[in-house]
Design a protein around this ligand. Sequence first.
Ligand SMILES: Nc1ncnc2c1ncn2[C@@H]1O[C@H](COP(=O)(O)OP(=O)(O)O)[C@@H](O)[C@H]1O
Ligand SMILES: [Mg+2]
Length: 336
Amino acid sequence: MSESILKVRGLTKTFKVPANAAGKNQLRALDGIDLDLARGETLGLVGESGCGKSTLARTLMMLERPDSGSVTWDGVDPFSLKGKDLLALRRRVQMVFQDPYASLNSRMSAADIIAEPWRTHKMMYKTSRDRAARVRELLHLVGLRPSDEHRYPQEFSGGQRQRLGIARALALNPSVVICDEPVSALDLSVQAQVLNLLNDLQKQLGISYVFISHDLSVVRHVADRVAVMYLGRIVETGATDAVFDRPAHPYTEALMSAAPKLDAASRGKRIILDGEVPSPLNPPSGCRFRTRCAHATDICASTVPPAAVDERESGHVAECHHLRRPIELGVPVAVG
Ligand SMILES: Nc1ncnc2c1ncn2[C@@H]1O[C@H](COP(=O)(O)OP(=O)(O)O)[C@@H](O)[C@H]1O
Ligand SMILES: [Mg+2]
């Protein structure tokens, strides 16, 4: 793989919550996440609601502090930084949120919204003309008009608002943008336009994306590689085509089988996922997917599955005792 801009190893994040009936109050939202992001690539992060996608995004953004494990941006641990160095790193990693309605201040004009990060980061333009020119440049970059600078968020359509959210994210020239469900609140036709914009921006500016979505067709469209999350863990990761066409983990297989397919030839049998995702307050022992898995046996309850790596497909990894296709096995890890 090409050079990593982001490396995550063994990342764990627990929230203290009101105790449930069993007296448990430690909610483990992330449980040993390993992740790599290469420069200029798009990593898709998929998984059902509640599996920890947003917590992972917030931890990468340094908005949450992990309990253990490491995050490194270009080899630097962001949680060790202070003052100017921290601010400089924060500039490089920006976020686009799901809901452009909630994430944009309705009392600010588009120009002020785009310029706000400069204020936060104490970046002054020499003259107000320079500042205005850069605002217009950013509006143009995201497909809005120069005259839009005077408009307020509520005067824009949903798609235009998300373009404005993207312009704000780009104001500081980030090298990475974390997109958390960026098109989920938009109409289908508008989704495609915003995805194409993100794609064009990546080509023009060389940005890397972590692209979070519960919508598999969206991820297939944008991602170079995919990581599949289940209950705070990444259960399978690999090149987008490998994960979509040759899923090794039964959870990935079930997710993919439920996703709409365009061509009839690739429509296989739909695998129904029974029941709900278990509570992260009380995750199953061994393999956390076993309670919903059609292939589970005794070992799945007793032993955490090892990470299996397919040597032929670079970086295809899955954690399962009963892989749906052969992957060379690592060493099993005992529970306890
Ligand atoms: N600040 C928090 N306090 C307590 N629990 C939280 C907090 N943030 C997230 N969680 C819990 O962590 C789990 C993962 O949530 P989240 O990361 O939002 O998942 P996703 O984005 O995949 O839907 C959920 O069980 C959620 O309720
Ligand atoms: Mg979320």
